[in-house]
Design a protein. Structure first.
Length: 374
C-alpha cells in the first residue's frame, strides 16, 4: 500500500447496522440512510452502494454534488436531497431524478418553469428553526404546490432539535405534536401526503411513533450511537437487541524513527521538552488531514501499545513518543482511530480529546484520504 494514511471501513458493520434498522422499522417503512458529508466521512459511493445492497430503500444527501456523485457511481435508487439546491441547479437535480426538499416559493416557481415531473417534500418548521416552512404558512404553501401540474407533493418532513442531547424528550414530543397537527390540517383541506418523515437515528431507535412512512437514519448506520444520552434512554426503555457495529478506523504509517536526548524541544512553539532520552516516531498526517490541532491528551496505537503525542499537531505531521515500543520501526502501521491488539481508540474517545461529538470525527477526515473496504 503506497498511501501515507487511509481510512478502513468494515463492510460487515455497515451491513449489520442497516439490518438492525430494518428489524426496528419493519418492512413497511422506507429506510433512507443519510450519506451526506461523504457518508459522515465513511465514503459516499461505497456506503451508498452497500446500504442499498443491504436493504435500504432510498439515500439522502445534502447537495446536488453528492447526488451527482452517487448517480455517477451507478446508483439508481431514489435520492432525496436534504439541503438547498440553488435555483440555477434545479434543472440538473430534476434530470438526475432527485427528490427535493422545498420550503420557499422561488424554488417551486423555478421547478414549475422547468416543467418536468419532480417529486418534492415540504420541510416543516416545528422547532429547530433551521430550514423549513412555518406551521402557519404550510397550508398556503401546500395548496400552491398542488396547483402545479409537474410538481408532485410526495412528502412532508421535519427534523428534531433536541432528541439526542438529552434524556428529557419533551421538546421532541412537542415537535412531533406540531407535525401531527399539521398533517391533520392538510388532510382537512383534502391534501394527503404519502410519505411523512421526521426520524433521525435517535428517533428511529427510541420512538416508533416517529417512523411514519420513512426514516432518515444517519450516524447509527455507521455503527455509532447518536450520544450517551440516547444509549442510556435505549437501555432504560428497551433493554437490548439493537447491536450497532462501528465501521470506521483511521490509520497511517511511521515516516521516521529517531532518538533524541533529554531536554530537547519538540515541534512548533517548543511546547514540549523531553524529560528523558526519547525514541520519537514521525507520523505523516496533520490538521490538513483532519487531525485536530486542538487535540488534548491524545495517543496513537502502534503494535497494540499507546504512543503519546508530543508537541503540537502540524499541518502534515504529528510526533509521538515510542520509547516504550522498542519494536516500532519505519513504515509500521499507526492506528489513529480504531483497534490495535487489546487497545482501542474509539471515535468517542477521540472526540473527547477534541472536545467535540463523535459525528465530527470521521466527517472531518479529509475527503482526499482513501476509504478502503475491509
Ligand atoms: C435533515 C436530517 N435528517 C436526518 C439526519 C440524520 O441524523 P442522525 O445522524 O442524527 O441520525 C440529519 C443529520 O444531521 C439531518 O440533517
Amino acid at each position: 500500500m503506497d498511501e501515507l494514511t487511509w481510512v478502513e471501513i468494515k463492510e460487515e458493520s455497515l451491513r449489520n447496522n442497516i439490518t438492525q434498522f430494518r428489524n426496528i422499522v419493519g418492512d413497511n417503512v422506507l429506510l433512507c440512510p443519510c450519506v451526506k458529508a461523504n457518508a459522515y466521512g465513511h465514503g459516499l459511493a461505497i456506503c451508498g452502494r452497500i446500504f442499498i445492497e443491504a436493504g435500504a430503500d432510498w439515500l439522502s444527501v445534502n447537495s446536488l454534488y453528492e447526488a451527482r456523485t452517487l448517480r455517477d457511481a451507478g446508483i439508481k435508487a431514489p435520492i432525496y436531497i436534504l439541503g438547498y439546491v440553488p435555483l440555477s441547479a434545479l434543472k440538473e437535480a430534476v434530470e438526475l431524478e432527485c427528490r427535493l426538499v422545498v420550503y420557499n416559493r422561488e424554488t417551486i416557481d423555478k421547478l414549475a418553469e422547468i416543467g418536468k415531473e419532480v417529486k418534492v417534500h415540504i420541510k416543516l418548521e416545528t422547532g429547530n428553526n433551521r430550514q423549513g416552512v412555518l406551521v402557519e404558512d404550510l397550508l398556503e404553501f401546500a395548496k400552491h404546490i398542488e396547483g402545479i401540474e409537474n410538481i408532485k407533493l410526495e412528502g412532508l418532513s421535519t427534523h428534531f432539535a433536541n432528541i439526542e442531547d438529552t434524556t428529557d424528550h419533551s421538546y421532541a414530543e412537542k415537535q412531533l405534536a406540531r407535525f401531527n397537527d399539521s398533517v391533520k390540517s392538510l388532510e382537512s383541506i383534502g391534501i394527503e401526503i404519502p410519505i411523512k418523515h421526521c426520524a433521525n437515528s435517535a428517533a428511529t431507535i427510541l420512538f416508533k411513533e416517529t417512523h411514519f412512512q420513512m426514516v432518515r437514519t444517519g450516524i447509527s448506520n455507521y455503527g455509532l450511537w447518536p450520544s450517551n444520552e440516547t444509549y442510556v434512554s435505549y437501555l432504560k426503555e428497551m433493554g437490548d437487541g439493537f447491536e450497532l457495529m462501528p465501521a470506521f478506523s483511521w490509520k497511517a504509517k511511521i515516516a521516521q524513527i529517531k532518538n533524541i536526548p533529554a531536554g530537547e524541544m519538540i515541534g512548533y512553539g517548543c511546547t514540549y521538552k523531553t524529560t528523558h532520552d526519547t525514541k520519537l516516531a514521525i507520523i505523516p498526517i496533520g490538521y490538513y488531514d483532519g487531525y485536530d490541532r486542538g487535540i488534548n491528551g491524545a495517543h496513537v496505537l502502534i503494535h497494540g501499545k499507546r504512543a503519546p503525542l508530543r508537541g503540537r499537531v502540524c499541518m502534515n505531521i504529528i510526533m509521538v513518543d515510542v520509547s516504550d515500543i522498542p519494536e516500532a520501526k519505519l513504515e509500521d502501521e499507526v492506528v489513529l482511530v480504531g483497534r490495535s491488539g487489546d487497545e482501542e481508540i474509539s471515535v468517542e474517545v477521540f472526540a473527547g480529546w477534541c472536545g467535540t461529538i463523535n459525528y465530527e470525527i470521521p466527517t472531518r477526515v479529509n475527503e482526499r484520504i482513501p476509504r478502503k473496504l475491509v
